[in-house]
Design a protein around this ligand. Structure first.
Ligand SMILES: [Mg+2]
Length: 257
């Protein structure tokens, strides 16, 4: 029996599992295609709060993987689902520190996205983006001090770039938290909310869903918190005693053997 036979739903981390940067990992596309042909349900997970799901659909299709928007779970998409579930009224007013795509995700669940000229807001959502500025920080901290809930897409301090790490959502969030005096509720990995949203999008029992990722502190810890089985993909021969993953495999193709 192959490892994949134990599960029907697969929550697969993208960067480091399916590709690294723009480079597809050997065999990953074929492995995913075979899972799909075997009737498995696949969701692709990324903590990226900036890009719309269509960006990843295009990237995966360019690798030969058949996919659509509903198969992609970004931290932005999961955050929109999170605030939709928490909303006391369907037309909650949300101030978004983040990209245009993140604002669209929030608006897609019926929220009213307000700008910094608003007098108040019900929720402030923070997702790192390159347009972050003092006016956003000022408005976000003012709304939170007035009672708005503070929700963030993630707490990753940086993300890797060719010339060295760039500030990610966690760096922007730190400014908002310091200015408002409030600690945010975080949706993205390793928090369980992102995995819960992904699970809810699958009509598969939780016991048959597995998280597949390359980062113990993010994918594996997050899967564990969400009560899901976990597979760590790593070719690092370092001691594995401290890693809490249920299975460790060197590459995605090993799901099929
Ligand atoms: Mg990864």
């Amino acid at each position: 029996m192959a490892l994949c036979d134990l599960f029907d739903g697969f929550l697969i981390d993208l960067d480091g599992v399916v590709y690294v940067g723009d480079e597809p990992l050997p065999g990953a596309a074929d492995a995913i295609t075979e899972l799909q042909h075997n009737g498995k349900h696949v969701r692709f997970l990324t903590n990226d709060p900036v890009s719309p799901r269509g960006h990843y659909v295009a990237q995966l299709r360019s690798m030969g993987i058949t996919t659509q928007d509903d198969d992609v779970v970004t931290a932005g998409w999961a955050t929109a689902r999170f605030i939709e579930e928490r909303a006391e009224a369907p037309s909650m007013r949300v101030f978004v520190v983040g990209s245009v795509a993140l604002k669209h995700e929030v608006a897609s669940v019926g929220a009213v996205v307000v700008d910094d000229s608003a007098t108040d807001a019900d929720i402030v959502v923070v997702g790192g983006h390159r347009g972050f500025d003092y006016a956003e920080l000022l408005a976000a901290s003012r709304f939170v001090r007035q009672g708005a809930d503070l929700v963030a897409t993630g707490r990753d301090a940086t993300f890797p770039m060719p010339g060295g790490p760039w500030p990610a959502t966690g760096s922007v969030l730190a400014a908002v938290e310091v200015a408002s005096g409030v600690t945010a509720e975080v949706v993205g990995k390793p928090e369980r909310h992102m995995f819960s949203s992904a699970c809810a999008s699958l009509s598969v029992p939780k016991t048959r869903i597995v998280v597949v990722g390359d980062t113990p502190g993010s994918d594996i810890e997050g899967g564990r918190r969400a009560g899901l089985a976990t597979v760590l993909v790593t070719d690092d021969p370092a001691p594995r005693d401290s890693i809490a993953a249920d299975f460790i495999i060197p590459a995605l193709t090993d799901l099929l053997v």
